[in-house]
Ligand binder design. Structure first.
Ligand SMILES: [Zn+2]
Length: 461
């Protein structure tokens, strides 16, 4: 028997993950994400899906990042009625991310005077279809097709998805693969039983510094910054990056490596995400971190941490004298509460801004990382007299060697590995290395292409 895989998003692009796997009798989707960043085609996101959503039997979700879940409410609004399978933490995180997205889309639609891509009722409808599925619990999801989730160590609950038919022909999608070892998440698991694997390749052509190096750089940077007596600003993505920062800060304070200063988590979304990490940390972290969670209740709490939820609490931060640390979204300084703090504190030479995440070209964060002395944030042009420090290596993605290790661990070797979910150059680089170093048959995933997978061969249609 044969399976087919169609690449409808996340081919030649990091974002917009969307793959269709079909047999003669059933159709299953993996991920239904939105495109983000400067090469995103936002008008495309409004177009009809290239398949009939009513004809899809089930959807599997690899993880809760918006570029993997952001179009699920539209899929449901357009007629999808099947079950949505995802790990329990991914379900909780997806709920937060989609509710937040609905608010942002409504705001953007008001500004542009167009109807929003979807609204809260569509999010509710999507949530009602979700069926949590634990790792390694194989589930018959459609006539003759079953799905299995394995950990990828990328963010809390992140999974690879392997779809198999009755004869054992199988295709796996890795989703995003973590930068293992992480201090919190389990290491990625290899996929030993797929005829074809679709593999992410965001950092297919780059290396990250090791964890000790980046932790030391953060500790030394923070101690320098706090000595100046001003404000430390940290624009951070609400999901995963913020929790990692809180975890490292908590360790620094416990070890007495930093002076005792107030740390403000000025992001209601990040606070809610952190609560989900606390809820599942005892069962979905790596063993050592699970023990720590059970012993201490939370690895993200420390005595000087203040979570400012209301606008009043947030505004009151201004009256607190430095040194102090403010962590807020958005991660690329393109919105959220970090904007008002950048407007206030970037002109002050006592301020230090730490950049700990990917900054898309054209974003205010990218301009700051490149050393601009004047930037537009919060709707106003601001002069930058603050120090700006870029800290490398905090990515939640495996680097080029990590990706090669992952592919090497997938034994027996699949008949084909598709490099996907990366910039075209990075996908090509990964495919070439898989071929050169592992002797694997590898190909770059092309948007719109369909391939047939059998136990004997993998061929393009
Ligand atoms: Zn991701």
């Amino acid at each position: 028997m044969a399976l087919r895989i169609g690449f409808f998003g996340g081919a030649g692009k990091v974002t917009g993950s969307n793959f269709l796997i079909e047999s003669a009798r059933a159709k299953v989707l993996v991920d239904c994400g939105i495109e983000q960043g400067e090469d995103a085609c936002l008008p495309c996101m409004r177009e009809a899906f290239p398949y009939d959503p009513k004809s899809i039997d089930a959807l599997f979700v690899t993880h809760a990042h918006l570029d993997h879940v952001g179009r699920i409410p539209k899929l449901v609004a357009d007629g999808f009625r099947g079950a949505i399978y995802l790990t329990p933490p991914t379900r909780d995180l997806t709920e937060l991310i989609l509710r937040d997205a609905a608010h942002i889309l409504a705001e953007r639609a008001r500004q542009e005077n167009v109807p929003p891509l979807y609204g809260l009722p569509d999010v509710e409808a999507a949530l009602s279809l979700m069926q949590p599925l634990a790792f390694h619990e194989e589930r018959e999801a459609a006539p003759g097709l079953s799905g299995l989730l394995r950990t990828t160590g990328h963010i809390l609950g992140s999974a690879s998805v392997r779809i198999k038919d009755e004869d054992g022909t199988s295709i796996a999608i890795t989703g995003d693969i973590g930068n293992s070892p992480s201090p919190l998440l389990p290491d990625w698991e290899p996929i030993p039983d797929a005829d074809a694997i679709v593999m992410e390749s965001v950092y297919g052509d780059r290396l990250h510094p090791p964890r000790e190096t980046r932790v030391a750089a953060l500790r030394e940077g923070l101690s320098r910054a706090l000595k100046k007596g001003g404000t430390v600003l940290m624009p951070a993505f609400s999901l995963e990056r913020t929790q990692l920062m809180l975890y490292e800060l908590s360790n620094f304070f416990t070890a007495g490596e930093l002076p005792e200063v107030l740390v403000f988590l000025d992001s209601p979304l990040a606070a809610k995400v952190t609560a989900v990490y606390e809820k599942w940390g005892g069962t979905y972290f790596k063993e050592a971190a699970e023990d720590e969670m059970r012993r201490e209740g939370s690895v993200f709490e420390f005595p000087f941490l203040k979570k400012t939820l209301s606008h009043e609490e947030s505004n009151a931060i201004e009256a607190v004298p430095g040194p102090k640390i403010i962590i807020a979204g958005a991660g690329m300084s393109h919105g959220g509460r970090i904007g008002k703090w950048e407007e206030k504190y970037l002109p002050d030479p006592k301020t230090t801004l730490f950049i700990v995440g990917y900054q898309a070209p054209g974003s205010p964060g990218r301009r700051l990382a490149e050393g601009t002395r004047s930037v537009r944030v919060n709707g106003v042009q601001v002069s930058v007299r603050a120090s700006v420090e870029v800290l490398e290596g905090w990515s939640a993605h495996a680097d080029r060697d990590g990706l090669l290790d992952f592919a090497q661990a997938c034994v027996p070797q699949p008949k084909m590995i598709f490099a996907a979910l990366g910039e075209p150059a990075s996908e090509r680089f990964l495919a070439q290395r898989l071929h050169d170093y592992l002797g694997a048959r590898a190909s770059v995933a092309e948007s719109g292409a369909t391939w047939e997978v059998t136990k004997q061969a993998v061929t393009r249609l």
